[in-house]
Design a protein around this ligand. Structure first.
Ligand code: RNT
Ligand code: ZN
Length: 417
């Protein structure tokens, strides 16, 4: 797109927004500081590098078999760099424990060490990226239906050891990068059919978590993620929303809200303000559930917009970490990263451009027609001109211009895999 056109449209947008009391420059500055935590697992359909047969278990599933997925660490890193070159701003990378640099060695989950992630730390530093981390309870011979809540002590201890080691690795990452590594803990534990032992498994999970969190670290922050149900575990989830809210509040842990992990009509946006009154920070897994926790690519839909608006309305951009979590294996995977990341950023930008002062004035005066009218008009204010300028300033393709570039990378690289 012509530079002149981008500037013209931007200048008009600045004026339109100024008329409703919004400072566009300031909104752009704030957006520049929002680092998304990009999930590494979109690049290879959550396979990882353990080379153990790669069957995805733990109630999650990547559907589709679009050609070109990353088959090893070099390809995964190249694809992620390619994706980030089309996403404006500086972002983080979220690794799972199964993505260690194991050098072809079989390293079991209760044996992983910081050294298996050393090359990641160096690579991330070289590319000016900070790392986040996740323990991995799925896709393993000991995953079964229950990991941290397993009544079999040897299995439970195995996963406790794994998760403790993950916290240590996350701590080393945080120290290395001079910025806390956020470590997410999600376990699939649950039951396909009715259980008569809901309490038992939850007691065990609570006890496992207490053991895992005993060690205090400066370089990392813990977050815990609930879910409604997993595939094959439909009747009961040990780590439910209530379970983790209770745990998070009582232990002051970060709660992770995955937008695919609630009942379809439940508003995740509504949860931000309540949670922030009781816990210090929130981690988000922004996703797109289609009828279930399907992990479709995030788009700029009402749910994501509302979520972004709530963060800004709560003035909580520094307390809410925005991570992505989806894995669509049916389309170009690099394209999936770019579309989902840019959609999330567009939502944050629109939230930052909301004429909040005026809206709050109306609300305080009981002027509800005026509030509704301005909310409606704000939807069509020229935020897209600001977005184009943001992309332009960040040296990434403006508008749909990243499509041919991803097509070219596909023709030259990923289609040949
Ligand atoms: C699963 C959770 C979890 C995973 C990743 C791979 O339902 O959302 O966050 O998607 O850890
Ligand atoms: Zn998630």
């Amino acid at each position: 797109m012509k530079e002149e056109l981008i500037k013209k449209a931007y200048d008009i947008a600045v004026e339109r927004y100024a008329a409703v009391g919004v400072d566009v420059e300031q909104a752009m500055e704030k957006l520049q500081k929002v680092a998304l935590s990009l999930h590494c697992w979109q690049a290879d359909d959550v396979a990882g590098f353990e080379n153990q047969g790669d069957t995805l278990s733990g109630g999650i599933q990547a559907t589709g078999n679009y050609p070109g997925k990353a088959r090893n660490m070099e390809e995964l890193r190249a694809d992620i760099l390619k994706a980030t070159s089309y996403i404006p701003g500086q972002h983080r990378l979220n690794l799972h424990a199964i993505y260690g640099d194991f050098q072809g060695e079989r390293v079991d989950r209760d044996q992983i060490e910081p050294k298996h992630f050393q090359s990641w730390m160096e690579w991330a530093k070289e590319h000016n990226m900070k790392l986040d981390f996740n323990s991995s309870s799925f896709s393993h011979s000991k995953s079964g239906d229950l990991s941290l809540s397993n009544p079999d002590k040897s299995i439970r201890d195995f996963w406790i050891e794994h998760t403790k080691r993950c916290r240590n690795i996350a701590n080393e990452m945080g120290k290395f990068q001079g910025d806390p590594c956020i470590m997410n803990l999600w376990v699939h534990d649950g039951s396909k059919d009715q259980t008569v032992n809901r309490m038992l498994y939850r007691e065990l999970l609570k006890d496992s978590l207490d053991q895992i969190f005993e060690e205090k670290y400066e370089g990392m922050k813990d977050c815990i993620e609930s879910k409604v149900f997993g595939i094959g575990l439909e009747s009961y989830t040990v780590g439910s929303n209530d379970f983790y809210i209770g745990y998070g509040v009582s232990r002051q842990k970060i709660v992770t809200l995955d937008t695919g992990h609630f009942h379809p009509t439940e508003s995740v946006a509504d949860k931000i303000s309540s949670l922030l009154l009781y816990i210090p920070e929130i981690m988000l897994h922004v996703s797109r559930p289609v009828r279930w926790d399907s992990d479709h690519v995030t788009i700029m839909n009402d749910e994501t917009l509302e979520l972004a608006k709530e963060i800004v309305r709560c003035d909580a951009l520094d307390k809410v970490h925005i991570g992505l979590d989806y894995f669509d294996a049916s389309i170009n995977r690099i394209g999936a990263y770019v579309v989902g990341s840019r959609a999330t950023q567009k939502c944050v930008l629109q939230a930052l451009l909301e004429p909040l002062a005026k809206l709050r004035e109306y609300e305080a005066n009981g002027q509800y027609f005026e509030r509704l009218a301005l909310l409606e008009e704000a939807k069509s204010l020229p935020w897209n001109a600001v977005w184009d300028m943001f992309c332009f300033k960040n040296n990434v393709p403006v508008g749909e211009l990243f499509i041919p570039e991803i097509q070219q990378y596909e023709a030259e690289i990923t289609s040949k895999r």
